[in-house]
Ligand binder design. Structure first.
Ligand code: SF4
Length: 414
């Protein structure tokens, strides 16, 4: 029988474990296979993991090191399989493929030319655009102040129509111009937000025929009050594009479309806006909460993240790395409003106007990549920066963007 020499026993960092050095006193070990994790403030464990992660070690060191590094947390890390020992029958060190984020084209990487140099090496910028929300018009107020106020708040958080005192419109020429430019991007679906007033001059039928010439699918975000009128015009269109209607209703809506038993030539999604507890509808899976500023208790109870949400979710390595570098709620999406202004999705901060002679899609993308209003807004850049869950939590939400000092969780009370 062969005896295994001690110097052939190795300590290995599991490649399925994500390691986050939150700060010099805190480390998170998170197993992306099963969601088990360990948050530790133990200096010995922190030092041991640092040694394992040294480039010359590549996640493997001789197991003799455990004679100097022993602690309750190291025992727990061994017990949970974050690190493990392995006997080799030969003299060679085992190969370990630790997951490492490829930072070659990372915008945050130090470069002698700063971000300008980084932007040059990432090549075509247009491919970053994967979606657009084009607000075609503002619906005209119907003198119901509360409706006007709450629906306009909702429109800052969700792609539902907003209201104005006049029916300001994005010109059809500008719509064409946007669609032409989008051909060069990664966009597959174009989202229009509108009221039926938009189609008083350019009929819905003409509009559909125009957009059918481009190779996109479309979603129209409308309030339920406008649906019947647009649906009627649909029948008369010859070249029909692929369309989905996202139909919003709320406490101000006088009716709900009854769609059961109707076979429609387009998709329909009905969404209910929820302003507080009394709007909740049991069994309705398509509800969108609206942060009104007065409904903190409702949000704390129903929306904020609980520790159990993190404990019961397994986050894969891809999502964790993505959460380190960009905000998946906003990245690659740009918003257009009727006066031609362009916003990075999630913020009302203009990064260009399509009527500007110097405007180009590339220029607004570069501006957002440099300014980082929302696309690369990650939790480590905010009040969450010292929290061990910063890359496990969902990306920063639109609600948090609007109330920068508020953490939407019931976990970290600071
Ligand atoms: S503080 Fe931030 S990262 Fe930590 S649990 Fe709360 S929301 Fe998530």
């Amino acid at each position: 029988m062969k005896t295994i020499k001690l110097d052939n026993k190795w300590l290995i960092m599991s490649p399925s474990v994500f390691v986050d050095m939150v700060n010099e006193h805190t480390i998170l070990l998170y197993d992306t296979k099963n969601g088990h994790y360990l948050i530790s403030h133990d200096n010995k464990l922190i030092s041991l993991v640092t040694i394992l992660y040294k480039p010359q070690n590549l996640g493997v060191v001789n197991a003799e090191i455990l004679a100097d590094y022993n602690s309750v947390d190291i025992d727990e890390a061994l017990e949970k399989g974050f690190i493990y020992t392995k006997n080799m029958t030969n003299k060679y060190k085992p190969i370990n493929f630790l997951p490492i984020l490829n930072l070659q084209k990372d915008l945050e990487k130090e470069d002698e030319n700063g971000i300008k140099g980084r932007l040059q090496i990432i090549g075509s910028k247009l491919r970053f655009v994967s979606g657009v929300y084009i607000t075609l018009d503002y619906a005209v107020s119907n003198n119901d102040e509360k409706l006007f106020q709450l629906r306009n708040i909702a429109a800052t958080q969700h792609p539902c129509p907003s209201y104005g005192n006049v029916n300001e419109k994005l010109s059809v020429d500008n719509v064409k111009y946007i669609l032409e430019n989008l051909k060069l991007t990664s966009t597959a679906i174009v989202d229009f937000i509108c009221s039926s007033y938009y189609f008083e001059n350019c009929s819905f039928r003409n509009f559909l025929e125009l957009i059918s010439k481009y190779g996109f699918s479309y979603r129209f975000h409308i309030y339920i009050e406008d649906y019947e009128r647009l649906a009627q015009e649909w029948e008369t269109v010859e070249d029909k594009p692929i369309v989905e209607f996202v139909i919003y209703n709320d406490r101000f809506s006088s009716h709900n479309v009854i769609l059961e038993n109707k076979s429609l030539p387009y998709k329909i999604k009905q969404v209910t806006l929820i302003y507080d507890e009394c709007d909740l509808q049991i069994g309705n899976e398509n509800m969108l909460p609206v942060w009104t500023g007065d409904n903190m208790e409702f949000f704390k109870k129903n929306i904020w993240i609980e520790k159990s949400d993190i404990d019961n979710t397994v986050v894969n390595m891809h999502s964790i790395f993505r959460n380190k570098k960009l905000n998946a709620n906003f990245f690659g999406i740009i918003d257009f409003i009727p006066n031609g202004n362009i916003y990075p999705h999630g913020v009302k901060h203009s990064i260009g106007n399509i009527s500007d002679p110097k405007f180009s899609f590339s220029s607004v993308i570069v501006k957002e990549l440099k300014d980082n209003n929302s696309w690369r807004l990650t939790r480590n850049l905010t009040h969450c920066s010292q929290c061990p869950y910063r890359y496990l939590c969902p990306p920063i939400s639109i609600y948090e963007m609007q109330l920068k000092n508020i953490k939407m969780c019931n976990i970290n009370k600071h």
